[in-house]
Design a protein around this ligand. Structure first.
Ligand SMILES: [Fe+2]
Length: 223
């Protein structure tokens, strides 16, 4: 909200203010150390409910590939993100934390790797999906899709994995483990670092190079 400027009173003698303009700022949502919005207002009160559809419309231009996510709430125990397609990812994410997906608009696919191997799990508009801990997953979000993802704040000693399997032979190409305090910034940086490094991103078994995908070019369908 922008500061609003009002005139204190119409009669200059009424309150002794001489009719000067009084500028007041409505309290805004307080942010954490990464600049992400919390459930508090800057005046220390609890933030009121927000219109999620309106929030998405306002923030949509700020959500950009590769992950295209933004915090709706970034709290102490968990965080809530909206993730828009198209993303541009060819990694698998793995963490000891659980993840909850709700698909607001459009259908997506999440590739997962469990004891049955790698397979596609479609999440259609209106459906939800729960990823148990330590399941490698690779969400593929097509253009125009909008999803909600809720995850827990990672304990200090918990590591994230960004894992790349060779699209040619299925061999593990790279497994980057790191402490991810801020998933919006750190994820994208780790991916860019991998794609830019020829040695890291080339399969040692068959020589296939994993390159940066263009938004919307991976199979239809972040975290
Ligand atoms: Fe994830």
């Amino acid at each position: 909200m922008n500061p609003t400027s009002t005139t204190c009173c119409s009669s200059k003698s009424q309150c002794g203010c001489r009719g000067t303009d009084v500028t007041t700022s409505a309290p805004q949502r307080a942010t954490n150390e990464f600049g992400d919005p919390t459930g508090w207002l800057t005046d220390g009160t609890v933030a009121p409910a927000l219109d999620l559809g309106q929030w998405i419309e306002t923030n949509r231009p700020l959500m950009k590939p590769p992950v295209a996510n933004k915090y709706v709430y970034s709290g102490k125990d968990f965080f809530v993100m909206v993730i828009c397609g198209p993303n541009a990812r060819n990694d698998f994410h793995q963490t000891d934390s659980e993840e909850f997906f709700f698909q607001i608009k459009g259908d997506i696919v999440v590739k997962i790797r469990d004891k049955a191997g790698v397979r596609d799990i479609p999440i259609r508009e209106g459906e939800c999906f729960f990823i148990p801990p330590n399941v490698p997953h690779s969400p593929r979000r097509g253009p125009g899709t909008v999803g909600l993802v809720i995850e827990r704040r990672r304990p200090a000693n918990e590591q994230e994995h960004i894992i790349y399997f060779c699209p040619g032979c299925g061999e593990l190409v790279h497994d980057k483990a790191f402490a991810c305090q801020d998933i919006v910034q750190h994820f994208a940086a780790a991916m860019e670092e991998f794609w830019a490094n020829a040695e890291l991103s080339t399969c040692r078994k068959c020589g296939t190079r994993i390159t940066k995908p263009q938004p919307g070019t991976n199979s239809p369908g972040a975290c």
